[in-house]
Ligand binder design. Structure first.
Ligand SMILES: [Fe+2]
Length: 484
């Protein structure tokens, strides 16, 4: 009898282990942090990334609704997990694909993306600075993106201008994943790294997404890459390293912008030289005005979109750091934050760094200091401006329309707060550069001290005097609010 009980116990234990084993196995192989990113042509390629807890095969199974395909990639250990990257190539333009990722046995939920059809009509969503550190605030940011996709369900591309997280820890990226997994799996992302995203570890951000960054050697706190979407050539810049921008990046950008025949040129980067937010006083971003703006002018970039200062601000068309009365120049947009960490305006900065005459539209997403620019001052208030912001860009041939929406905290409704329309003649842009634009590693490192010297020279000869001039205002604001 005792023996029978023992045998039964053993049998039950074996059965229990055998039943549970697949679930344990599945959990360890379960894909997470799945993303579908821009990687080369949006008409024919996508870069898929995901993570697992243990090392396993990297397979994407995808379908155009008629045929089934698989693609394999590679994995690598990264900060306690394994990152998997697969490049989907030779996709059919103008086609909606479904896909799932896994090891061939354990699969993720299904995702989807739609390839660019190659005509000159596209539209997409731009967000910035969710910069959350807990699940609740990531979910608030996700709700703003959900609203954008509810209004523009056909949009496949989302440009995220950086500061995805606050401290770039595994815990925060997992909250980001938990809050935005459906969005990330079902849209294509063009990610820009923020200063909160890199951890100061080479390639950290590059390991979150499968991007084509092979032309750049500067991947410490961010990434540089470019891509075409319809008739727009887009470049993404890393502005987060100690030098903000290096001569090697400027050369890469100039060649990159001069290599396109697209009618429209856009640059996405985290920091902006034109801001009235609290970070608008530091030399890292302001140096961009001296170093980067002349290159943008030379390359006829239409729009630069940035984040970092957690408010919405759009300049008039500028050229040579002045208003271009003929409309031939670049518009700089601070995209506002899609999250709930929002900054006040620092009006005194306009006397030193940012003339108010440059501003066409400004919305501060929180109370205090007024919350929108009425064309004269910043004292106007509208409770509906208190919320997260998303931007929507549409290009149809020679017409570009930028719209900014606040999704009200109180209402959940989207309110249009700014519209910009630019028109231009098409077919006139002739490329002047062709060939290899890969940054030479040796020249990058040799040139770094010179880039640093230029920043130091700007800081000591230009920035410092202006900073000392606004010190009384800074101290006053600190006394009133406890923050600079
Ligand atoms: Fe930032």
């Amino acid at each position: 009898m005792k023996l029978t009980k023992k045998v039964l116990c053993v049998l039950l234990s074996v059965l229990l282990v055998a039943t549970c084993a697949p679930f344990v196995f599945a959990a360890e192989n379960e894909p997470f942090r799945i993303s579908c990113a821009v990687n080369g042509s949006l008409a024919t390629q996508r870069g898929i990334t995901w993570y697992t807890n243990i090392d396993t095969a990297s397979v994407v199974a995808y379908s155009d609704g008629v045929n089934e395909y698989t693609a394999e990639g590679s994995s690598a250990e990264w900060d306690g997990n394994f990152v998997h990257k697969v490049l989907l190539k030779d996709l059919e333009p103008g086609t909606t694909y479904t896909y799932k990722v896994g090891n061939g046995t354990v699969w993720s939920e299904q995702g989807t993306f739609t390839t660019d059809d190659g005509d000159d009509k596209v539209d997409f969503v731009v967000i910035a600075d969710i910069q959350a550190s807990n699940l609740e605030n990531f979910e608030k940011g996700a709700a703003v993106v959900d609203k954008a996709l509810e209004m523009y369900p056909e949009n496949d591309l989302i440009v995220n201008l950086g500061d995805f997280t606050n401290d770039s820890t595994n815990e925060e990226w997992d909250y980001y994943d938990e809050a935005m997994a459906d969005i990330n799996r079902n849209t294509t992302i063009a990610p820009v790294s923020g200063n909160h995203d890199g951890l100061g570890v080479w390639n950290w951000f590059d390991n979150m997404f499968n991007l084509n960054t092979k032309e750049s050697v500067q991947n410490l706190n961010g990434v540089n890459y470019s891509f075409d979407y319809g008739n727009i050539h887009c470049a993404v810049l890393n502005t987060n390293d100690l030098l903000s921008i290096t001569d090697a990046q400027l050369l890469w950008l100039e060649n990159d912008m001069n290599s396109t025949a697209c009618d429209w040129k856009m640059v996405f980067m985290h920091k902006s030289p034109y801001t009235l937010g609290k970070d608008g006083k530091w030399p890292d971003a302001l140096y961009l005005k001296d170093a980067l703006v002349p290159v943008l002018d030379k390359c006829n970039v239409d729009i630069v979109m940035s984040g970092h200062d957690h408010m919405y601000l759009r300049t008039k068309t500028l050229k040579g750091d002045a208003v271009a009365e003929d409309g031939d120049g670049t518009v700089y947009v601070l995209a506002g934050t899609a999250g709930s960490k929002r900054y006040e305006i620092r009006e005194f900065l306009q006397e030193h760094f940012m003339p108010v005459s440059y501003i066409d539209a400004c919305v501060v997403q929180k109370d205090g200091y007024g919350n929108y620019f009425n064309g004269t001052d910043f004292d106007s208030v509208d409770e509906n401006n208190i919320g997260g912001i998303f931007n929507h860009i549409s290009v149809d041939g020679g017409t570009l329309v930028l719209e900014a929406y606040v999704v009200g905290d109180a209402t959940g409704e989207a309110k249009l707060v700014d519209t910009l329309t630019i028109t231009k003649a098409t077919g006139e842009n002739v490329p002047t550069f062709s060939g290899n634009n890969t940054t030479n590693e040796l020249l990058y490192y040799v040139g770094t001290p010179l880039s640093f010297a230029k920043l130091a020279f700007y800081t000591l000869t230009n920035w410092l005097f202006k900073f000392l001039g606004m010190l009384p205002d800074l101290l006053r604001v600190y006394g009133e609010t406890g923050t600079f």
